[in-house]
Design a binder for this molecule. Structure first.
Ligand code: PHE
Length: 580
């Protein structure tokens, strides 16, 4: 408790939720979500995104809160505290680096929104602009170094000022009134957008999924967008959780933050897509998308001259509460671990980051050297975005889930979450196989198995250079899923722990079974399924009795599930890896 008083705690439960939601809601929702949706096929992307937010994002957010509150440290200190003198603290280090990296490109877009406050006032009140000029003006704007750099510096100074003010004074206060207003303004914009003639095509692009569009590029894009939007995978939520008091209910907080963040993103899309289609524009134009579409909505809207500037003010503040959390992670690291004073840390980080941001801003066409970096032909901005949002965040989240699930242990984690929410471990929601399912159990399975496996597969999938590699990827994924699933089944159903040799051998042998079962399915139509099924039972029976030595009474349960798994495995592999 003493330590909490020195470091500062949130002044109220609502204050914490607001601060965490402030970190989550930002340009990720209003700028990145719509353009990612536009580039990745529309509604199908939205469906995958929603699935990832609740299946993967929510358990990971809770995980970060738990680690933060338990240790009351920044991500590096937190891991050092839970696993002293190990390399796990590098995971925290990756988070700190990622915070810096995201801040560097994020503030570029934030400076555009700042500039758009001024521009929308100008367009609304003094100097009306024609719709077809908006794109030209936007391009001129991002190509004028003087203007951009000034906004960038102003924005960075604002971020520094809030972080400098410290947790309680600075971070928490802003969000309480502003977030609800932001939602209100979005709703006004939606009303305008969906009543534009031709808006229906946009609504159907956004809401009517065409699942045949889903491919691996879309999956990783949705995953990284979910983590980016929820501020996960780099320790922002660890750091914010570290200022929580033991009485706070972290489970509810995580649920509220995830839902609110998703709501804002969803509303943003609802305002933008109908307008894009009504105006006959392409949804696939990337990062520029919302800056070209939004001003048009305001031009066409009654009282747009008021709503427009108000919207960009709110968006700038939403961006600010996110950049504050990015900078806070880096700052908390230098304060806790290196003993720096807060003001010194803020100034150093702010100045260094501004240098990178200016480079990123100039890579939108101002400086050819950074606009097309040699060899990779990408802009410096894109490199930062791709490295830090797509890979760092997902890898960071993956490693922290593995750390808690497999190294530190779910038991202490659940105990921590139990403080402030008694139902977590105690309330039985369901009973299957005489196993009592509680929220804590569901979370454990999600964190220990589902999230690491899913994230790993998605990352692997996104890296594949060739088709062959893809097949290897599917087999590896299969092996990993199998190992986890078998381990779980045997432990839960028969209460037997596999030894390391069995953990490795059993899935490999079962993988070999696939090569026997697969051809049966392909070569003998219809009957092949039956034969494969029978063969799978026999093979598994032998495996279970000889290798796992499971007591007689438990054999049938396990055999049935093993066989079912094997069978599903063959079908999935044939379908995905070989397109059969
Ligand atoms: N979640 C923020 C947004 O949506 C961005 C962010 C990412 C903030 C990662 C902190 C950490 O704008």
């Amino acid at each position: 408790m003493e330590q909490q008083e020195i470091r500062g705690v949130w002044s109220s439960k609502v204050g914490f939720i607001m601060a965490a939601a402030g970190s989550a809601v930002g340009l990720g929702n209003i700028w990145r979500f719509p353009y990612m949706t536009g580039m990745n096929g529309g509604a199908a992307f939205v469906v995958v995104y929603l699935l990832f937010v609740f299946l993967l994002g929510f358990p990971i957010m809770l995980n970060e809160f738990i680690v933060g509150r338990r240790t009351q440290r920044n991500p590096v200190g937190a891991l050092e505290n839970l696993a002293p003198s190990t390399s796990w603290k590098l995971v925290g280090g990756l988070g700190v680096l990622t915070g810096f990296g995201i801040l560097a490109f994020y503030s570029v877009i934030a400076s555009w929104t700042l500039g758009y406050i001024v521009k929308s006032i100008e367009w609304g009140w003094f100097n009306p602009i024609e719709i077809d000029k908006i794109e030209v003006v936007f391009n001129e704007f991002i190509h004028s170094p003087g203007e951009i750099i000034i906004y960038l510096i102003i924005f960075m100074l604002l971020t520094m000022a809030v972080v400098y003010g410290g947790v309680k004074n600075g971070i928490e206060r802003w969000n309480k009134i502003l977030m609800p207003i932001l939602v209100g303004v979005l709703i006004l914009m939606i009303i305008r957008a969906i009543t534009l003639p031709g808006a229906l095509a946009g609504i159907s692009f956004y809401l009517k999924p065409d699942f045949s569009k889903i491919n691996d590029r879309i999956l990783i894009a949705a995953l990284s967008q979910a983590f980016f939007s929820l501020s996960l995978g780099m320790g922002a939520m660890v750091t914010y959780g570290s200022y929580l008091s033991k009485k706070d209910n972290m489970i509810n907080s995580a649920l509220i933050v995830c839902s609110f963040d998703t709501l804002v993103a969803f509303l943003a899309g609802m305002a933008i897509f109908p307008a894009i289609f009504a105006l006959g524009m392409a949804p696939t134009q990337g990062p520029h998308l919302v800056f070209v579409v939004l001003p048009i909505i305001f031009l066409k809207m009654p009282a747009g001259a008021i709503v427009g500037p108000l919207f960009f003010i709110l968006l700038t503040i939403a961006a600010l509460t996110s950049t504050v959390s990015l900078m806070e992670v880096v700052t908390a690291y230098f304060i806790d671990e290196k003993g720096w004073k807060r003001h010194y840390a803020v100034i150093m980080i702010g100045v260094c980051c501004t240098v990178f941001s200016i480079l990123a801003a100039c890579s939108m066409g101002i400086l050819p050297q950074v606009t097309h970096l040699p060899l990779i032909q990408m802009s410096f901005f894109d490199v930062l975005d791709k490295t830090f949002s797509t890979y760092s965040l997902t890898i960071g989240a993956l490693l922290l889930a593995i750390f808690v699930g497999w190294r530190w242990g779910l038991k202490p984690a659940i105990e921590e979450a139990q403080n402030g929410n008694k139902n977590f471990r105690e309330k039985v929601i369901l009973s299957i196989f005489s196993q009592e399912i509680t929220f804590a159990k569901i979370w454990s399975v999600l964190l220990k198995y589902v999230t690491p496996i899913a994230i790993f597969i998605l990352i692997l999938d996104s890296l594949k250079p060739s088709e062959n590699y893809q097949v290897i990827g599917y087999f590896t994924a299969f092996l990993i899923i199998e190992t986890g699933a078998l381990w779980l089944l045997i432990r839960w159903l028969a209460d037997i722990k596999m030894n390391p040799g069995q953990i490795i051998l059993v899935p490999i042998i079962r993988l070999l079974f696939l090569f026997i079962l697969g051809p049966l399915l392909i070569l003998i139509p219809y009957l092949g399924y039956l034969l494969a099924f029978i063969l799978a039972i026999i093979l598994n029976y032998v495996l279970i009795t000889y290798l796992l030595k499971i007591p007689k009474t438990k054999i049938w349960n396990i055999l049935a599930l093993f066989t079912l798994f094997e069978f599903l495995g063959v079908i999935i592999l044939l379908y995905f890896a070989f397109n059969i």
